[in-house]
Design a protein around this ligand. Sequence first.
Ligand code: 5BU
Length: 449
Amino acid sequence: MVGVIPAKTGTVSSKDYEDLVLKLHDIQAVKFGEFKLKSGITSPVYVDLRVIVSYPDVLLRVAEAMWDRVQTASFDVMCGVPYTALPIATAMSLQHGTPMLMRRKEVKDYGTKKAIEGAFLPGQTCLVVEDLVTSGASVQETVAPLEAEGLQVRDVVVLIDRQQGGAARLASQGLTLHSAFTLSFILDVLVAAGRARAELAKNAQGAELFRLMARKRTNLSVAADVESANDMLALADAVGPHICVLKTHVDVFDTWTPDHAAKLQALAAKHDFLIFEDRKFADIGNTVVMQYGGGVYRIADWSHITNAHLVPGPGIIDGLRQVGAPLGRGLLLLAEMSSKGTLARGEYSAGVVAAAEANQDFVMGYISVSPASWPGGPGSPGLVHMTPGVQLSAGGDALGQQYNTPASVIGERGSDVIIVGRGVIAAQDPAAAAAEYRRAGWEAYKASL
Ligand code: 5BU
């Protein structure tokens, strides 16, 4: 079977554990959001492992990951706790030939009246198999009837330790807790994989960008401000391996044809990047409908992302949405600009943030410069921040552009994606420069997680 953790003992690598976390997230056994637990505590992660019976490959990997954790324990039989852990214990039993017992959830007052089903001898040791441990209280409900039957329980294995005192509580009762995962490990893996923000993103391109950044390990966008459409395509091919987004200004070229658009899309597919036409729409809704969907450039046809000023008011979002939403496009709102003396600040920026928050189906994020210092902070984690005005050393140009370093933009100013134009395209070797910016940007991004 493809992707199954080997059945041998002690062979589950940390990469296997990470992959399994992603699998559990794929099948929604683990979800993000605010969840109230039985104990009344609010958790950022919701875990419901009942669904794993529908995914035999995941069930087997879960069983193997848990088996891997009990290699230091010795036991004669295993007891699964109903209901969720029963199939897991069954899979462990089948894979490794260790007999299994079942604890009845309610002891029937008719028939055999047995609390524990299966064949065993008093004095045998029994491993308790649970899906989750929170405080440890429910494990105790299983241990008590086992001990009442003369079995000895020393070890408990769970898939997930929620780290709410369960291990300590069990230890105080002489029980050793083994867990495949702690909740913080799960959180770390999902955050590093961009899953948390992707799941919180309500726009499909926004979600895709977070996933793309994580799988490609880049938060670099190159601004392809070169002379011709053909030069732009050559640049896209050269820097493609290093970027998450290629930003274009196709209205600076003297020709733009559907063939250029098709070639750019092919390069985006080849190198796994998104296309962002930096059009900065700024008109009333009715006009941007025509500008975005039609004209010489037909931007909506080929650009995953575009952007807009909010000067006209929210009608511009509605107009762009009318064209872009059916095509699955995403919109960035300009909350701030990198240029000296920009008027996009203060109350104006706050208005943009409010509009972005209220239109997350289509608005995927911001062009911003210092979101960490916004009065309400950078806002919803499902929205992305992309920042232009980036070079390896701070400074500016003769026409008001102002540069910050990747470390400052990501690490201090709270952005997610660096947009680099001349820092890359004016370099001797743009691909090598892109690699260097990618490294600097990603290092800062990883640290910010
Ligand atoms: P540079 O060569 O890295 O300075 O290019 C920056 C790019 O980002 C360029 O395409 C600008 O049009 C774009 N830009 C910007 O510089 N500042 C802004 O606030 C916005 C876009 Br919005």
